[in-house]
Design a protein around this ligand. Structure first.
Ligand code: GLN
Length: 508
């Protein structure tokens, strides 16, 4: 198995035992990535990465046992970085250099992770297929003619290909979970406010949340340990006591119940919302999800039917609220304060108009138009305010299920990865509809994961399917422990994309 796919602990042990050095890992990764056949990476700078690797190696040599030290990572290109340009996948920010690092970047840097560069993403994180990047489309390592999902598609593709151990992503309406699902890796969107948004290029501020993407729940938990925490610089950051997100691994998830090795999920109540299994869910996805639920039952969990009655409304509510916030956030890119500036303007208005026309791509423009419309005088109450009311009702639906269930489970995406020449290029609405199962947890601010749970087999193609697990607010530790327990019973998360095993394997 490729070195990078063995997980953080194995890699960290290999570093500690001097079987490999942090700088060798960087060299290996650069060789693996090569000319980036998956379109997963936007900026790389060998010297900057090696410098971080040397610093990490020095700490390792001095006996520093930090769990992430020397482990390679890619950052989604919406996190601002001093050492690499930040574009958010847009021409608008081409060549932009931030004078500071995003808080997530700073924290992972301090933990000793070695940044290999910036991961490709949909422009301003708008999309579900990573085909809206202004620079290049990203591809799925399980089948390079398919999308990797979006908007954190570059992050997911690079991890799935084994180019890098872990990556950061951001999830506004599903962008950590959905690409994780489509690429067969593990991803977590934490509770809104858990991770600082400082230095994350804003899309929809009341929804945006960073999250770890890696090979397993264990890796995600270790990353979350470093990423989470209060940050004064972000007014929406939550001041919570520090926690170890691995603390329930191998322990009972039900308070006051003894851990049972043979039935690790004994006593857990898992809700299966009927709306997540209704029309629209492709049979190739439904089948692995059903077997995953059987696995959970075999592990002692009780799967109960439940209902999230406003699931269908999450699409119109989200696609009003997110564009509204985006239109406001993106107003700053006017060619003067920020972003691309048009050449030889006739006057000020011409400068604004052409800078924005040239800098933004079609999907971003579409959302700015929708956002400006729903916020405009006379329509505000009918659309924006109404969507906020629906958002509240959606959150209440989740809360009432959590009165009798510990977790909610279902699919992440109604289909597996679709062909690149497919719907995302032709029909924006079809792309929006594919977000049906992820938007609810985003609107409600809940933590949710995607965990590999099988494949849809098409001809000889194996396309990954992800199980979504949604938890009550602040229950990341239990959520990760449940995902970890599932991964102790199954090996879906260990399967490797063909590009990796055939051509690019590096044995440890
Ligand atoms: N697909 C959704 C959108 O385009 C979610 C994107 C995201 O989570 N960043 O808005």
């Amino acid at each position: 198995m490729g070195l990078m796919r063995q997980g953080i602990r194995t890699l960290r042990n290999a570093l500690a035992r001097r079987e490999v050095s942090a700088t060798e890992l960087v060299e290996t990764a650069f060789k693996e990535i090569g000319d980036d056949p998956l379109g997963a990476v936007l900026a790389m700078d060998r010297e900057a990465s090696l410098e971080q690797a040397r610093a990490a190696q020095l700490r390792i040599d001095q006996g520093d046992a930090s769990p992430l030290l020397g482990v390679p990572i890619l950052h989604k290109d919406v996190f601002v970085t001093r050492a690499w340009p930040t574009t958010a996948g847009s021409r608008m920010l081409e060549g932009y250099r931030s004078p500071f690092d995003a808080e997530v970047v700073r924290r992972l840097d301090q933990a000793g992770m070695v940044c290999l560069g910036k991961a490709n993403c949909d422009e301003f994180a708008m999309g579900s297929a990573n085909q809206h990047s202004a620079y290049k489309p990203s591809r799925n390592p399980w089948s390079p003619t398919r999308v990797p999902g979006g908007s954190s598609g570059g992050s997911a593709a690079a991890v799935a290909a084994g180019w890098v151990v872990a990556a950061t992503g951001t999830d506004t309406g599903g962008s950590v979970r959905q690409p994780a699902s489509l690429c067969g890796i593990t991803g977590l969107k934490p509770t809104y406010g858990r991770i600082s948004r400082w230095g994350m290029v804003a899309y929809a501020s009341s929804l945006d949340q960073a999250g770890p993407m890696a090979g397993s729940a264990d890796d995600c938990a270790m990353m979350l340990n470093a990423m989470a925490g209060f940050d004064q610089k972000d007014a929406t950051s939550l001041d919570r006591p520090e926690e170890d997100f691995t603390r329930y691994f191998g322990a009972s998830l039900v308070p006051a119940q003894k851990h049972d090795e043979a039935l690790p999920l004994k006593g857990l109540r898992v809700g299966r919302p009927k709306e997540f299994f209704a029309e629209g869910l492709s049979p190739g996805v439904a089948q692995p999800i059903d077997s995953a639920l059987k696995t959970l039952e075999a592990m002692g969990a009780v799967v109960v039917d439940c209902s999230l009655p406003r699931t269908a409304l999450s699409i119109p509510a989200y696609y009003v609220i997110a564009p509204a916030e985006a239109s406001s956030n993106l107003a700053r890119y006017d060619g003067i304060r920020y972003g691309h500036r048009a050449q030889q303007p006739r006057d000020l208005l011409d400068l604004y108009e052409r800078s924005r026309s040239e800098g933004f791509g079609p999907e971003v423009k579409r959302r700015i138009l929708v956002g400006a419309f729903v916020l405009s005088h006379g329509y505000f109450d009918a659309y924006y305010l109404q969507a906020q009311r629906v958002r509240r009702l959606i959150a209440m639906d989740f809360d009432s299920v959590f009165e009798s269930c510990d977790f909610i489970v279902g699919p992440v995406s109604p289909t597996v990865a679709w062909p690149i020449e497919g719907r995302s290029q032709m029909d924006p609405l079809a792309e929006y509809l594919a977000d049906i199962y992820t938007l609810g947890a985003s609107l409600a601010g809940l933590p949710a994961m995607s965990v590999p749970c099988g494949f849809q087999i098409e001809d000889s193609l194996r396309l990954p399917v992800g199980l979504q697990i949604i938890a009550p607010r602040f229950e990341e530790a239990r959520l990760l422990a449940m995902a970890h327990a599932f991964q102790q019973q199954t090996d879906w998360h260990k399967q490797q994309a063909p590009a990796q095993t055939e051509k690019r394997g590096v044995a440890i």
